[in-house]
Design a protein around this ligand. Structure first.
Ligand code: AMP
Ligand code: TRP
Length: 330
């Protein structure tokens, strides 16, 4: 018996950074043991902003490689690519017809992305959260492990489920987000959320020298101007990362030694780098092996899509009937 069904997704951006890893993937791996988990590489979401057609396919494969290397085990959960299960976009269409445009215009992510991509504000970008609601609800998932930035989208998913159920009869659960204690990692600038598009990220598969250079130049507590100034770990993004990757003794010591200026930022960063690499090195090795055997990844994704299509087709037929359309299986 599992504790219920989980769905979550990640965009194939070509890079999985520490924010994704700490805010979502580490949690995905843990939850795999107790829940029935479905994890999705959301390629249809990735094309809502300008993208390079040549790289997209590579990025989808790279997402598969990285997730499996991080410990997402296709034998214990279902891992698949969104565009290989057409029911996601079919259900999104039905949801489109019950979603007020105002709800979508209010979404923070839409406002941010439309400001970033002024030349390319398309319907897909506005509709992004509706497709996300369909991703989750087509499997009637009860729980969604995500970072803090996605909570608003999960709220919209609940509202969509409620609206559908009220109008057409009880069909969908109202899913709950599952947040990690560190559900928001800031970028190397220390100011904005770590993300690929802001180029303030540390990729979990980047070579150690690149990771060190990014850590070395990362913004810490900006009030600490000189080596002998006491620092404040509570406002330092790197201390947040320490709390994830360092042992309790290291964390306690740094917390104390930073406040008393016993330890400087560079020393603190070196400790973090060593602890971080001890965690990432096995993941990097396993990714290198998987890149040499892409067929393993392709087979896992194919099998995942097959399982998902079976589940999704049934729910889609239930939906068609409830909204007054004809069923279409068989
Ligand atoms: P994305 O790369 O936008 O598809 O995000 C995949 C997952 O990573 C989602 O659950 C996000 O909430 C999470 N995530 C992305 N950026 C961060 C961040 N800077 N801190 C914490 N979680 C994040
Ligand atoms: N919008 C999510 C992100 O950018 C990715 C995503 C798409 C997702 N569909 C989902 C996350 C369904 C959770 C559940 O991070």
């Amino acid at each position: 018996m599992t504790k219920g069904r989980i769905f979550s997704g990640i965009q194939p951006t070509g890079i999985i950074h520490l924010g994704n890893y700490v805010g979502a993937i580490q949690q995905w791996v843990k939850l795999m043991h107790d829940y029935d988990c479905i994890y999705c590489i959301v390629d249809y979401h990735a094309i809502t902003i300008e993208y390079d057609r040549q790289s997209l396919r590579d990025n989808i494969m790279e997402a598969g490689v990285t997730l499996i290397a991080c410990g997402i085990d296709p034998e214990r959960c279902t891992l698949f690519v969104q565009s290989q299960v057409p029911e996601h976009t079919e259900l999104a269409w039905i949801f489109n017809c019950i979603t007020p445009i105002g709800d979508l215009e209010r979404m923070t992510q839409f406002k941010e992305k439309s400001a970033q991509h002024r030349e390319h504000i398309n319907m897909g970008l506005l509709d992004y959260p509706v497709l996300q609601a369909a991703d989750i609800l087509i499997y009637k998932a009860g729980f969604v492990p995500v970072g803090e930035d996605q909570v608003q989208h999960i709220e919209l998913t609940r509202r969509t489920a409620r609206r559908f159920n009220n109008r057409f009869g009880e069909t969908f659960p109202e899913p709950q987000e599952i947040l990690t204690p560190t559900s928001r990692i800031m970028g190397t600038d220390g100011k904005t959320k770590m993300s690929k598009s802001l180029n303030n990220y540390i990729g979990i598969l980047e070579p150690p020298d690149v990771i060190w250079e990014k850590l070395r130049t990362s913004v810490t507590d900006e009030n600490r101007k000189r080596r002998n100034d006491p620092g404040n770990p509570d406002i330092c993004n790197l201390f947040t990362i320490h709390k994830v990757f360092s042992a309790p003794e290291d964390i306690a010591r740094i917390n104390r030694a930073c406040r008393s200026a016993e330890i400087g930022c560079i020393e603190c960063k070196k400790i973090l780098f060593n602890n971080l690499m001890a965690h990432l090195a096995p993941i990097q090795q396993s990714a290198a092996k998987l890149r040499d055997k892409p067929e393993l990844v392709i087979d896992a994704l194919d099998e995942g899509a097959r399982r998902c299509r079976e589940m999704a087709a049934q729910v889609m037929d239930e939906v068609r009937i409830k909204v007054g359309l004809l069923p279409c299986t068989k």
